[in-house]
Design a protein around this ligand. Structure first.
Ligand SMILES: Cc1ncc(COP(=O)(O)O)c(C=O)c1O
Length: 408
């Protein structure tokens, strides 16, 4: 496999030629990524040429509806699921909120849901609130020293009353990639469905959700180079089983059953730009000509190789310091390039000091309050989070390492 052509990659992102951002190295990608040109072009086209109610019988409307359908079809293909198994909602938090209501209506008091204390609150709080209606919540706990979520600790929590197991593909502060297929197999063997928060993983490669195995897979397009939408895969068997949350007359439309808000037409349409971007990467690097998941897997390989090569020296540099605690694994192959550091003091002023050196990063709890508390990190102090993606360069990593040396 050829290495990722970083110049080609950066040419796809208008932010890298934006004068006001020159000299600024972006390390808060886990909060939200830059948007690729393909998505911006589609948004602009929609707003200028197609900003009408879609699916009506006049040309502009027909094109608007077609482009929304195209986005759904191509993103579903890329994720290895059927088109009707993909829904677009306003955000992942909104999507889990609606899903929790659906599960709450479907489940009986005394039945159980497993949640973790590694998750972002989006995949935790909405489920935990179901305790108010008699549903039992069981917490799958991380190792307080390492943040690791051990599948062996899930086993004793599973029995015939568990209907759902919720966990992250990758936590937004621990960064470790969880073995989704292994965990899903354990949950399925116990008769439970599985809901995976893929928000922190998907920016580092769109997974083949069909092959991965969970019943629900969620991520946020504004972190995967796209518009501000929450994408939600609900496999058909589960989608048919859960009660409809949309208008009663739309119950037969899978894409509307769990997205009660009217869709943001332009943003849904612009999601096809993420598929355009992946296609451009695949073709430019000589990837396979056929098969949406095979093409995505090829791009994921390029991305992973580039990110890991940049990540290991950063992990080595921070692991070698005795004035901070690296959260999560110190080996690049085990994690995403989302590196949280507990400093033993408030992180935000350190992020502000880094900004003086052209580093855009953040400090805080990143809504992973339970995970930080479990690891003994005061959420009020928070962590300094340094997160990058495949468009980051070696020069930016060097700039970051220099800035860290000066500021810490
Ligand atoms: C891991 C993780 N899950 C869920 C969310 C929530 O996503 P959204 O902002 O789309 O509600 C975030 C947002 O930062 C996140 O990092």
């Amino acid at each position: 496999m050829s290495p990722l052509d970083i110049d080609f990659v950066r040419n796809q992102f208008p932010a890298f030629s934006e004068p006001s951002l020159q000299g600024q190295a972006f390390f808060e990608n886990a909060g939200g990524s830059y948007t690729c040109g393909q998505v911006i072009d589609r948004l602009t086209r929609f707003y200028t040429q197609r900003k009408v109610q879609p699916y009506a019988p006049y040309e502009a409307s027909r094109l608007a509806g077609e482009e929304m359908d195209e986005a759904r079809r191509r993103m579903a293909a890329l994720l290895g699921v059927a088109t009707e198994e993909l829904s677009f909602g306003p955000s992942t938090t909104q999507n889990t909120y609606v899903l929790a209501r659906a599960f709450g209506q479907w489940m009986q008091p005394g039945e159980a849901i497993v949640v973790t204390n590694q998750d972002h609150e989006a995949n935790s709080g909405p489920w935990r609130r179901l305790a108010d209606q008699g549903i039992e919540l069981r917490e799958w706990k991380i190792n307080p020293a390492t943040g690791h979520l051990n599948p062996e600790d899930l086993e004793p929590l599973l029995d015939e009353s568990v209907r759902l197991v919720c966990f992250p593909h990758c936590s937004n502060v621990v960064g470790e990639i969880n073995p989704v297929t292994e965990i899903t197999a354990m949950a399925h063997a116990a008769g439970a469905f599985v809901c995976v928060d893929g928000v922190s993983f998907a920016p580092h490669g769109f997974p083949d959700v069909g092959e991965l195995g969970p019943d629900i897979y969620l991520f946020s397009a504004y972190k995967t180079f796209g518009p501000h939408q929450g994408l939600m895969v609900i496999r058909k068997a589960l989608g048919d089983l859960l009660p409809n949350q949309g208008h009663y007359f739309n119950a037969g439309e899978p894409g509307k059953r769990f997205t009660p808000a009217g869709p943001d037409h332009a943003q849904v349409a612009a999601c096809a730009g993420m598929a355009d971007y992946f296609d451009a990467l695949c073709d430019h690097h000589g990837g396979p000509a056929e098969g949406a998941t095979a093409r995505a897997a090829y791009v994921n390989g390029l991305v992973r190789q580039h990110e890991s090569r940049l990540l290991q020296p950063l992990l080595d540099a921070v692991a070698a310091r005795n004035d901070l605690r690296l959260i999560g694994p110190a080996r690049a192959e085990q994690r995403a390039p989302t590196v949280a550091l507990a400093l033993g003091r408030p992180a935000e002023p350190v992020a502000a000091a880094l900004a003086e050196h052209g580093i855009m990063a953040g400090g805080g709890d990143f809504y992973a309050v339970r995970a930080l508390e479990a690891m003994g990190v005061d959420p009020a102090q928070g962590v300094l989070r340094l997160s990058f993606t495949h468009y980051t360069t070696q020069a930016e990593i060097d700039q970051l390492l220099n800035a860290l040396d000066r500021v810490l």
